[in-house]
Design a protein around this ligand. Sequence first.
Ligand SMILES: Cc1ncc(COP(=O)(O)O)c(C=O)c1O
Length: 389
Amino acid sequence: MSKSFSLESIVRPNILSLTPYRCARDDYGTGILLDANENSFGSVLQEEESLLVKDLHRYPDPNQVLIKERLISFRGLQSIDYLFLGVGSDEIIDLLMRIFCIPGKDKIIITPPTYGMYSVCANINDVQVIKVNLDVEDGRFQLKPDKISEALSENPSTKLVYLCSPGNPTGTCLSHTTIKAVLDDPNLKGVVVIDEAYIDFTEETEEASVAKWVEKYPNLIVMQTLSKSFGLAAIRLGIGIADPKIIRLMNNAKAPYNISALTSHVALNALSLQNIAKMRETACQIRAERAKLISSITSITGIGKILGANDANFILVQILDEACEKPNNKRANWIYKELAEHQGIVVRYRGNEFGCEGCLRITVGTPQENEKLLEKLSHLLKDTSVKST
Ligand SMILES: Cc1ncc(COP(=O)(O)O)c(C=O)c1O
């Protein structure tokens, strides 16, 4: 870890001196509860309408201890003090900016091509974004630690470095050596955020994840989510993993009851040993389907390379020009629109992202969905009337 790291010196002073919101329920949770202006007569719902979740007229647990206990044994962490729960990782991305970045003054670093929400949140919070592109040569999609170091040195007010592993849209795990280089960089005064939204789709999740590094790096925050591998995007549960000092700041700055009782009820079930095993099994099926999809899609004339290492539940595919020579944005965008507007298949056009010329990002679907996609795609690619210029 960089010797110059001092958490107190990089947190916004107003957050550091914050008196967090406290409710009587933080101290007393049982008895006749007349402290929070809830509806003592109960909710308007019948039992079957409340999806079997009890006590919907009560505010939920602000600390969500039960979920955190399941998460630490699942991820092999030491204590629940290393965990924060948010309304999806998207809440965490935003919360960290509000904790660390003074609007109009502080900066973040991102490494394009990367997940779009880092910039969106920065713009909302009036935080400047410094871009240090990944090494995109041959679809490698790896960090350039020297360039990040230079950017840190030129921008000493950089508070957060957002890295994504496996990346979106790159589908590629970042090498641990380069992540270490950034964490240990003497120019780094701020915190490194590793977004592991897709980590369970990697072949060797335990080795690929850097979640346990938080026990030795106080300047590291890892984000995970139940939205992808657990298939629970609708419940909105994101996980922040970091040194307890950072977690304390996050808890102080969050809305008191950010995780709803409905969400925690579902999340607790999802994190049972049986359902974790099911998640792993599904991730394995998705990997097998991904391999089949790659092998079929690359045999279609008009498809170029699959970029990246394919560590996630999607692939990044090049669409070539009509001469099948070079990746081409115009044709990729045309295919994207045709698929969505006339074939009922929605993929993501990523051609305008750095290093993703002519690319579509395609989520691995069910075998039937993939079959349909391949059929429509090969049909559309036979149409060479769409010029690439
Ligand atoms: C890299 C990455 N991080 C975070 C998210 C958002 O996750 P959540 O649903 O937990 O907010 C996404 C969603 O697509 C993503 O691709």
